[in-house]
Design a protein. Structure first.
Length: 421
């Protein structure tokens, strides 16, 4: 029986596995490495975080993004957006070098069993583990507005559904949303010859400022420090102190979440959108009907006006909503046992353990408790180190006969694979 099975091979899952191996645990990761970036984001997109804030986490910080870029002869500079395909390639390189056991099969069910859990993969095979870490990313939680639900995928899709946008070349597409995903999707569509409009509930689009230089006078840095989530002391608190964030009363966390910056676009994207994309602000989709050749949308504006427009396809770049019921790999019985927060997301303890002993949660699913850092790659380091300590604690308190291997010292740490290109 394994000590730990990690479900999901994105930045959080891979980082957890690396820390677990260094702690001497018998651990295994399931999933296609960096699948969200490789299979659900079209070419031409860029990373919104700075390169120095985009490292996956291993205990010795050997497999950083800058090391990968140097090895590849690439540049990763502050203030210069990094192509997503480079980041995805970095993640797969990290997996080869920092993760001992990686199984690319998809997990279809996680169920309780005596002494731990049973994990079943897509081919029907099963494996037992004393603990499980669920690091499934954001895709299971894609949110589509109520007015667009129930329409066929040929007419309505989520922005996370597309690894390519070429199928929309020459067509008419409406993108719904005002965040980075909506804005970048609209820009890419326009640049390939698609007639595209952006429809947003917001009254204006928000754009991030050009980042200040890393080296600057101390008084400028003190006034607005850099952080993985953007400039400013509040962003820095969110980015660097998720453990303290969790200790706040739930009401205080809710107020902080409400005051955190809402949807916005990267500074380098603004000109590409404003130059080529039709933008309809202050509009909400009331209804959508299938008509010959596509969809008819009925929208309401802030001033009370109603507008009808026809389009060939709608891409809903409307974010993600984490709820317990969307934790698909968990068996229905196990899902039902999980305690939830006020927003319906499953609760996670201080070491990321859910209310069901031995089941740990990681990534965006833990935002309600640990804050917006859990939506960024930066949060993987805190999560991996804290969660693995929690796994070791759970193994210590498990049924008699569960041996807990000693954590490896720095000198004893070995890397099972040579550096690969």
């Amino acid at each position: 029986m394994d000590d730990l099975l990690v479900v999901g091979a994105g930045p959080y899952g891979l980082s957890i596995a690396s820390h677990a191996a260094a702690a001497g645990l018998n651990a295994r990761v399931y999933g296609r490495p960096m699948a969200t970036w490789r299979d659900h984001m079209p070419p031409g997109m860029f990373l919104t975080s700075e390169p120095w804030a985009s490292n996956l986490s291993d205990p010795e910080s050997r497999w950083r993004l800058d090391v990968f870029c140097a090895f590849r002869g690439l540049t990763a500079r502050h203030g210069e957006p990094l192509p997503l395909e480079v980041f995805a390639e970095y993640g797969t390189w990290f997996a080869r070098n920092a993760v001992p056991v990686l199984d690319e099969r998809t997990v279809t069910r996680v169920s309780p069993r005596a002494g731990g859990f049973e994990v079943v993969t897509e081919d029907g095979r099963s494996r037992a583990a004393r603990t499980v870490a669920l690091a499934v990313g954001v895709l299971p939680f894609a949110q589509i507005p109520a007015a667009l639900k129930g329409l066929p995928p040929a007419l309505v899709s989520h922005s996370g559904d597309h690894a390519r946008l070429g199928c929309f070349r020459g067509q008419d597409v409406t993108v719904v949303g005002a965040g980075q995903s909506a804005l970048e999707t609209a820009a890419l569509l326009a640049e390939q010859g698609t007639r595209v409009r952006l429809l947003a509930r917001a009254g204006r689009l928000r754009w991030d400022d050009v980042p200040a230089p890393l080296e600057r006078p101390w008084w400028r840095a003190a006034r607005s420090p850099h952080s993985a989530l953007g400039p400013g002391w509040l962003n820095r608190f969110h980015a660097e102190h998720p453990g303290l964030y969790r200790r706040l009363p739930e009401g205080a966390r809710s107020r902080l979440a409400a005051t955190t910056s809402g949807p916005s676009g990267a500074w380098w994207l603004r000109e590409r959108v404003e130059r080529r994309v039709e933008v309809l602000l202050g509009h909400d989709v009331l209804a959508a009907y299938e008509v010959p050749g596509g969809l008819r949308l009925k929208t309401a504006s802030r001033n009370g006006g109603v507008r009808v427009l026809d389009t060939g396809h709608v891409i809903a770049a409307t974010g993600f909503r984490v709820t317990r019921d969307r934790l698909g790999p968990l068996s229905p019985g196990l899902r039902a046992l999980l305690a939830t927060a006020a927003d319906g997301a499953p609760e996670a303890g201080p070491d990321f353990e859910s209310s069901y002993p031995g089941l740990f949660l990681a990534g965006p699913v833990t935002c309600a408790g640990f804050g917006p850092a859990m939506r960024s790659v930066q949060g993987a380091a805190f999560t991996a180190a804290t969660l693995v300590r929690g796994v070791r604690r759970r193994l210590h308190t498990g049924p008699a006969g569960w041996p807990v291997p000693p954590a490896r010292t720095r000198a004893a740490r070995d890397v099972p694979h040579a550096v690969e290109g």
